[in-house]
Design a protein around this ligand. Sequence first.
Ligand code: ADP
Ligand code: MG
Length: 387
Amino acid sequence: MTASATGLRAAESFIAAYGRVPTVRWAAPGRVNLIGEHTDYNDGFVLPFALPHNVVAAAAKVPNPVWTVVSEGMDERVTFTVDDLEPGKVEGWAAYVAGVVWALREAGHEIGGADLALASDVPVGSGLSSSAALECSVLGALCALYGVDIPEDDRPALAQRAENVYVGAPTGILDQSASIRCREGHALFLDCRTGEAEHVPFDLAARGLTMLIIDTRAPHRHVDGEYAARRADCEKAADALGLRALRDLTLDGLDDALARLDSPVARRRVRHIVTENQRVLHTVGVLRDGVEPRRLGELLTESHASMRDDYEITVGEVDLAAEAAVAAGAYGARMTGGGFGGCVIALCDTDKTAEISAAVHKAFVAAGYTPPAAFPATASAGSRGLG
Ligand code: ADP
Ligand code: MG
């Protein structure tokens, strides 16, 4: 599952759909967020790394402002025109593509018509951000095709706008930033208020460690509604505390702030965000140190407990995966991604990975859940042209 193999499939599918070769191909990866969940829309800190799994968009110009897109595994070929470049006009999976064309043109970039074909290795709807990978691959391909030069740091916001406004999913800047700005062998320490980033070395293999990704395959439940509700809870709490965003509250001021909030739910939400931001900073410290990455385990497990008890975004399957992995010897484990299903990451000794995934599998069978999929992930490259 290398980007070049995915790129080959994208080219083949382009040729099959349009009877000619594509002129550009752009890869954009899915991501795992090591730590810092739901902190992005609170102006806080996140620490994702890119997966080796990519979406690749193959594209070529067409003379008129018309866009056609096919995607592996999707039966329909979708065509849209300038008249459709209004939020709500294109629905379903192609809305992510139309959203990118819309966001680019709205920002004044001269993007003309194109034929597009997508190939992907990013599991869909598992919290590994296939939606952002798709947006970022299309964005990169269209910019390359039309010679539009947008600095890397400005690209995530455009892709995010496609998802927020055109598709209508109120997600933060984490996913698109990770897909575009991550680097191989590094995690991306991102300040979501300023957009400032540091590439922190993240090479577990050198320490005999593996980050195991456990896709629980739990069906997502009420994701969009719950996500919007958490966002609203945070905005309300920040208002009540007279803060621009919860980012402005630190651990030192937490107890005082909690005492000023009437609602126990608001108190729990605020505590998650403040402690989670702190855990990101702590994690970055451990990585910069480079001395004992096993110490990350404890932070992962604390983050999971905070998401489970304070932010209330976990479900039975993810709680079980995290618990079973730790019980089988993982140094720590947490759900990654927006929640209500999706994936758990577990920090394991490399020589124990098989044993730990077998233990999680067994626990799922015993609980009557669909068995999970598990695979190791190394920090891979961010989005790029494949030529
Ligand atoms: P996640 O981003 O965690 O995978 P989302 O619900 O945010 O989950 O995005 C999943 C949606 O993105 C899919 O339902 C589909 O509409 C779109 N999508 C993702 N990958 C592809 C693909 N390869 N082809 C077509 N649509 C895709
Ligand atoms: Mg998504």
